[in-house]
Design a protein around this ligand. Structure first.
Ligand code: SF4
Length: 306
């Protein structure tokens, strides 16, 4: 017979202490993973936590590019991704070779990569951004033409906020594009008091129906601070767990039960315990790529501070 959740959690917490490990979890993780994490947040918040931690081991409960970003920022730490198959399909829609080819045809363009990209793609880019800071990063650049990779929908959203010419890579998030405008229209009719808050990875037709367009971190802050009592949430459903936990008096309605990222859900308590026991799978970025990718991420962090 397997372990109960309570037994698994006890084992994880005591082994975590022995290994001097920290557990970082993305807002889209399963509720039980969020509950054992030292910190839950969006990609930007998690990479900043990773950069500051004094733990020896980082258990990254998220997808591959996030663990890679932690490894880029903290080369001396062991970064574990509890399931090696937890990749982001959007990040896999672009390769470094494909980007090099596109760049060669656009000599005047600055390349901005969404953080949802591999270390190799970051190494080929000029600056990185997240959904939380994308508009600020692009507005700060001294260039008229931007090649934005890999998310065409985030890119399209940014293009409505800037005068710069945006050339978009045709990638997308398979989870966010499942959210259809009709779902939002129907839910608005059922819940006329609710505010509609969506992620910028959604389709433009969905974004056009929203009251607010926010990253997952921004969405959590909005829910905590605003007077709004009811929200229709247009992003991956894992975030509903955190929203309900932090705002017990408020109502959160998922825009679609289909907005599930299967790769995020590969991380389970069993996998976390196994990963800590075996110290595997470790995510490590080769030094030559890491140094270039770090420059791209650092540029974003500097703009964020500016
Ligand atoms: S929700 Fe979309 S962008 Fe996020 S990890 Fe899953 S596939 Fe990638």
């Amino acid at each position: 017979m397997g372990n109960s959740d309570a037994e698994l959690i006890d084992k994880i917490l005591s082994l975590k202490k022995r290994r001097n490990a920290v557990i970082l979890a993305h807002n889209y993780q399963l509720g039980e993973i969020q509950d054992i994490a030292d910190f839950v947040g969006d990609s930007l918040e998690l990479s900043q936590k990773a950069a500051k931690t004094d733990a020896d081991v980082i258990i990254f409960c998220g997808v591959y590019f996030m663990a890679e970003t932690a490894s880029i920022l903290c080369p001396d730490k062991v970064v574990l991704l509890p399931d090696r198959h937890a990749g982001c399909p959007m990040a896999d829609m672009i390769t470094a070779a494909g980007l090099r080819e596109r760049k060669s045809k656009l000599p005047g363009a600055i390349v901005v990569c969404y953080i949802n990209s591999s270390a190799e793609v970051k190494a080929e880019s000029d600056v990185c951004c997240t959904s939380a800071n994308a508009v600020k990063v692009i507005e700060s650049l001294d260039a008229k033409e931007i090649l934005f990779v890999p998310d065409q929908y985030l890119g399209h959203y940014i293009s409505t906020k800037t005068d710069k010419k945006m050339i978009l890579w045709p990638g997308f998030c398979p989870t966010h594009i499942r959210i259809q405008p009709q779902y939002i229209t129907n839910l608005r009719q059922e819940h006329p008091q609710a505010k509609v808050v969506v992620h910028p990875e959604c389709r433009p037709e969905v974004i056009a129906l929203a009251d607010e367009v926010l990253s997952t971190g921004g969405l959590c802050r909005y829910a905590n601070r605003s007077e709004v009592k009811e929200m229709i949430v247009g992003t991956e459903i894992g975030i509903i767990h955190r929203l309900r936990k932090e705002n017990p008096g408020k109502k959160f309605i998922s825009s679609s039960e289909q907005a599930i990222c299967p790769r995020m859900k590969l991380i389970t308590l069993e996998r976390v315990l196994w990963s800590l026991q075996e110290m595997n799978p470790e995510v490590k970025v080769p030094e030559e790529i890491r140094v270039k990718a770090k420059a791209t991420v650092d540029k974003m962090l500097e703009i964020g501070r500016g």
